[in-house]
Design a protein around this ligand. Structure first.
Ligand code: NAD
Length: 342
């Protein structure tokens, strides 16, 4: 297998790149290097002869043709995307370009190159919002609510259409919220850890009752390679961590871990501050993982408590990584209140 990974300098893509190279797979990491990218994330494999890097935009047809012609990948795993819901509310343009048109260009390039497998990595947010009960399955209706979720839903539809119409050998996976090492410092869990450590307010949107189903990123990378290699063509797979937690409880868990690891005079939970909610904030996501368990014999290896402990420790041990990212455009600012216009 020769695997082209798009978005391999991002959070999840870099975990896939590290794991694939460690398993002896030749990887081409194609990434535009947007504000969300960090090549430090793949420093562990940069010197490995199995690893190649190409800076390119998935919206650039000529650049894609060139990369496919030079590397001749047999498999594609597509993770490149604009991924931050709050940014999609303030500035949806880049989301439509990269997530929809970029996916279209990549499908065309993969089709021309006759790849053996095209794996599209998507989100459970395409299914909308759940009430207090129930779970998303692979047959849940699409009901995206944010510009980000709508752009990902569109890309899922394109991928399925390229499978049906052109016979491109596609698989899709839809996963729940990821967390773990190298998570960009604008997303909830790193924001909580870094604000807590800095003595700043820890912002919680609304009343904090929104529930997410948390998936440890290294477990996700393992699941993705399983879907890529063993998934049935034309099928989609929901990947979840079986770890539902409300935002407020999650933040309290992180504060308790910091109280143990970095004790100070006042407990960290006293820094929690409730801020106005995100417009259209989905109430609850939960993944039914039966298909991954039954058909691909996959399940997560860590509980949320174990994964959070590793994550908090990683941020404590790696300040150089996150300090360098805190100066990037928009990081540390409240985005997505719906008041900034398009
Ligand atoms: P990320 O924002 O950390 O990384 C995205 C990467 O894509 C960056 O390295 C960026 O430079 C690259 N990129 C963006 N636009 C590009 C373009 N036009 N051409 C080439 N590269 C480009 O994202 P992530 O959290 O690692 O998410 C990866 C994928 O998984 C995305 O498709 C996302 O929708 C999906 N996903 C993420 C989560 C999550 O919890 N993070 C959950 C479900 C699904």
């Amino acid at each position: 297998m020769k695997l082209l990974v798009t978005g391999g300098a991002g959070f999840i893509g870099s975990a896939v790149v590290r794991l694939a190279v460690a398993r002896g797979i030749e990887v081409i990491n194609l990434d535009k290097l947007t504000y969300a990218a960090c090549l430090e994330n793949v420093a562990a494999v940069t010197q490995d002869p199995l690893y190649h890097f190409e800076q390119a935009d998935i919206c650039d047809r000529a650049a894609l043709a060139d990369v496919f012609a030079r590397h001749r990948p047999s498999h594609v795993m597509h993770l490149a995307a604009e991924s931050h819901v709050d940014r999609s509310i303030d500035g949806p343009d880049a989301f439509m370009q990269t997530n929809i048109m970029g996916t279209f260009e990549l499908l065309q390039a993969a089709r021309a190159a006759e790849v053996q497998r095209f794996h599209h990595v998507s989100t459970d947010e395409v299914f909308g919002s759940l009430g207090p009960t129930g779970q998303f399955t692979e047959t849940s209706p699409y009901d995206p609510r944010s510009p980000y979720a709508a752009s990902k839903a569109a890309s899922d539809h394109l991928v399925r259409a390229w499978g049906e119409t052109y016979g491109l050998p596609v698989v899709i996976s839809n996963c729940s919220n990821n967390y773990g090492p190298y998570h960009f410092p604008e997303k909830l869990i790193p924001v909580v850890i870094l604000n807590a450590l800095a003595g700043r307010d820890i912002p919680i949107y609304g009343d904090g009752a929104n529930v997410r189903d948390w998936l440890y990123v290294e477990d996700h990378a393992d699941a993705l390679l399983r879907v890529l290699q063993e998934g049935e063509i034309g099928r989609s797979y929901n990947i979840g961590g079986e770890n539902e937690r409300s935002n407020i409880d999650l933040v309290r868990d992180i504060c308790a871990l910091l109280d143990e690891k970095r004790p100070k005079e006042r407990p960290y939970h006293e820094q929690i501050t409730f801020v106005p909610d995100r417009p259209g904030h989905d109430a609850r996501y939960a993944i039914n993982p039966d298909r991954m368990r039954r058909e691909l014999d996959w399940r997560p290896s860590v509980t949320l408590a174990e994964g959070l402990e590793k994550t908090v420790q990683w941020y404590i041990d790696n300040p150089a990584w996150w300090q360098a990212l805190q100066d990037r455009d928009g990081v540390g600012k409240r985005l997505g209140e719906g008041t900034h216009g398009a």
